[in-house]
Design a protein around this ligand. Structure first.
Ligand code: BGC
Length: 414
């Protein structure tokens, strides 16, 4: 009986392995740096005989990808796996369509390996339903060294006044001070940085995580909106609709002094063969050193009864969690490993700083979820805030009106 069982298992495995295994992966990694990073995953799977069907949906922060995903699942045609952020993982977990990866997680000891801020989104109802590939954070500023030298800026800004002084210097020298792409998620990436810098960690938590109406409607929030207007004065006239990677390219070329963006921007600098400290600087948004606005990408798999699909999903999950893969991938992507047990030795200065900052902020309870990247609130609330932030930035709302709108938009999206 035992022998027959073993033989059957062996046969089943052989038949699975010899069948053409395939993963169709839906993601939004379409910029130069993102595509280069993704290639390392495709290559890793190819070595294991797993074919990759690419389903890219362009659009930073995944807003477009989520629309396509819903349509695919509604039509009964989900991909094998999908790139997801924070609260979107929870939303999908609630639908009961995601594969349960708990036994693999147990076998591999994932529970002890992943940063706590990441892990809270990898599990739902006690089950592992997502595999984290990285940790990103959104409170970064990317500064061109060439532009700094040209305008005579000796050191990067450490607080709000120094930030404005640096932007003024660039403006006077005829360099675009702040490279920005006017899209709601990019507007809100700047907004959340200004919230954290202006109000501090507790204010950020109250306003954007706990969604406390008093914090949302406060004078501090009005100051945040005033500061957004001040920053807009340093954009170039063509900022509307620009993709984030094109804004990064302006800094890479030295045409702009700086960009406020998550560390996927570093993937663009690396892809352009630029080196931290020499060609560009990475600093925490002025006034937020020691604090981390956390985000990161995870892959969830859809349930399938097909053993070949299950086997391919298992291989994909194992590949993502492989320590060497996490090093190779994250060096290119601009992020840091989702695994805490990987030393920083092979990483560049910006990633070394990101790892050190994450350790420090984790110990100090100073890691908060990024709103723009789905780690602070549900998609409904995130989108309601996007709308207010973008309207205010584009002059359709005064700061005073924006504060009131923020309170009511959040209340009705709750
Ligand atoms: C993702 C990154 C991605 C960025 C821009 C973020 O939400 O976490 O992986 O590079 O969006 O598309």
């Amino acid at each position: 009986m035992l022998c027959a069982g073993v033989a059957l298992a062996a046969f089943a495995y052989t038949s699975v392995a010899s069948a053409e295994e395939n993963v169709e992966v839906l993601h939004w990694w379409t910029s130069g740096g993102e595509a280069a990073a993704l290639n390392t995953l495709k290559e890793t799977l190819a070595k294991q005989g797993v074919n990759w069907t690419d389903m890219p949906v362009a659009g930073g922060a995944g807003t477009n990808a989520m629309t396509v995903l819903k349509a695919r699942v509604t039509a009964g045609n989900p991909p094998t796996a999908v790139q997801l952020l924070g609260f979107d993982i929870r939303d999908w977990a609630q639908t009961g369509t995601l594969a349960d990866l708990s036994s693999l997680a147990k076998e591999q000891g994932w529970d002890k390996l992943i940063w706590p801020a990441t892990k809270q989104f990898s599990t739902y109802d006690g089950k592992w339903i997502a595999v984290p590939v990285n940790v990103h954070s959104s409170n970064w500023v990317w500064i061109s060294k060439a532009a700094m030298d040209k305008i005579g800026l000796a050191k990067p800004p450490a607080n709000w006044d120094e930030l404005i002084a640096a932007l003024e210097l660039a403006k006077k020298a005829g360099i675009v001070p702040l490279a920005h792409g006017g899209q709601p998620w990019q507007d809100t990436t700047i907004f959340e940085n200004v919230v954290l810098s202006t109000g501090g960690l507790d204010f950020y938590r109250k306003a954007l995580i706990e969604l406390d109406p008093k914090a949302l409607g406060s004078d501090t929030m009005k100051t945040v909106f005033d500061r957004m207007t001040a920053l807009k004065g340093y954009f170039d006239p063509n900022f509307s609709g620009r993709d984030w990677n094109l804004a990064s390219a302006m800094v890479i070329k030295g045409d702009a002094l700086m960009q406020v963006m998550g560390d996927w921007a570093k993937g663009e600098f690396v892809n352009a063969k630029q080196v931290p400290q020499k060609d560009f600087l990475c600093i925490r948004f002025p006034g937020t050193q020691g604090e981390v606005l956390n985000t990161g990408d995870q892959f969830s798999m859809f349930k399938s009864n097909d053993p070949a699909v299950q086997d391919a999903e298992r291989k994909l999950a194992l590949a993502i969690m492989d320590p060497q893969f996490q090093i190779t991938f994250n060096k290119i992507k601009g992020s840091i490993p989702a695994r805490m047990d990987i030393p920083d030795t092979q990483f560049d200065d910006c990633a070394k700083k990101a790892i050190a900052d994450m350790k420090e902020a984790t110990a100090n309870n100073a890691v908060q979820g990024s709103l723009a990247h789905g780690h602070a609130a549900t998609a409904a609330i995130k989108n309601a805030i996007f709308d207010v932030v973008t309207r205010q930035l584009n002059g359709q709302l005064t700061s005073h009106a924006a504060v009131a709108e923020l309170v009511s938009a959040v209340a009705s999206a709750k």
